[in-house]
Design a protein around this ligand. Sequence first.
Ligand code: BG6
Length: 494
Amino acid sequence: NHPPASILFIFGGSGDLNHRKLTPALYNLFLDDWLPEQFLISGIGRSQYDDESFRGHLLDGVKQFSRRKEEINGKWEAFSRHIAYLQMDGDKAEDYQKIARIVHDKTEEWGVRPHVVFYLAVAPQLVPAIASNLGKLDICADKTTSRIVVEKPFGHDLKSARELNTQLRSLFAEEQIFRIDHYLGKETVQNILMMRFANALFEPIWNRNYIDHIQITAIESVGVEGRGGYFEQSGALRDMVQNHILQILCMIAMEAPVSFEANEIRNKNLDVLNALRRYTDAEVAENAVRGQYGAGSNNGKPVLAYRDEKGVAADSNVETYAAARFFIDNWRWQGVPFFVRTGKSLHMKETHVVIQFKSPPHNTFPHEAAENWKSNRLTISIQPNMDIRIRFQVKRPGQTMKLDPVEMAFDYTAAGENAPEAYETLLLDALEGDPTLFMRGDQVEAAWEVIMPILSHWEKNKAADFPNYQPGSWGPLAADQLIEEEDRHWVNVL
Ligand code: BG6
């Protein structure tokens, strides 16, 4: 089953995202025979390329970034015949006739009107002009055969996200707008829903009666790596929490969908975002922690202080680390804290979710038998480890009455070797017109509503203690205190 004959126009075609992620993902889809025969990738940019040199540039990206570098020989040639370059200026309305012409020519050549997907892999400030020019093209009037894919960041705050939604909806129908959150394309993130709702085992205990708290960790060892200019406008909360972390939280917390239909999943996801507590200014101080890294070293390599990075202000107030305690004010989750944390230049790259269950209602065994009665824990590792682990207590072999925590594990890597990357899944869905793993406009706005009080509080109150954590560490002390206040601890999966 292939997607219909299609043309994928990539604005920002000569840029980094296409080089690192999009073309390598498309090439893998090609190797796995997911692409239709009648398929064109038209990279759009201002840079000077012809088709040949553009293909060479993309091949270089595939060689560096594909998960299957060894399979390049032989197949690339066939794949690259589907690639062309279109030099044009996204600001110039008249240049858009070049797009119309390509669609017209391909329709003649293929004998069928192709679906068209416009992928905007460009800086956010360029999106409105491109969208507005595209909206004027006749091909975009057909809701079922044309769509537009918008990369993050979707807006800079609630107000700008609303404005962007209003603009896009004035040009396209909601079902034509595909807002990317690449975490939703990750195998292990999708698997959260499968695990929860394809089993009868977990759901009865998946609530406030049995769960003590939940942790979501998405940390990175890399620093801002030359993206200082972008990061100054963003910060960790906008970069990771507004989108990726809140989306994982929704998957963990949502009610059971009736079907795997796009709007059903998205409605259930939106219910969670709507129930997430909006903090008052005073509550932000109690529930959110920020950090910024200073100079030091990580994994043996020297690390510049964030404030010394190119494009970063010497007194920057921007956070490179964020942690928060969220509450979901609904029936299932009342009183259960959701602790989340993310940051750059930390000890390691690691994304995981911990479901910490409560202690047994009564300790039958002498207190000394177990070190920690809260040992029932489910850990869902998203990356780079891809596994699910259940921790429980058993008797330590021998004459003494001692309990030991043990783990039962399912290794996703072993089961799904060479699993597709997020962009492979999302590009295929965009070509097929399946929006399940993309954000609807109301979800994006609700996610902004959740983090706006924290953003405003942090903007108004400068951080007096920046820099407050060392590269290679687990983040600022205040983040440990946030969770330890209640005799809970961050779980570090090593
Ligand atoms: C992006 C952020 O959305 O996600 C980056 O802008 C971050 O700052 C990246 O590094 C992390 O993605 P992944 O897939 O490597 O976890």
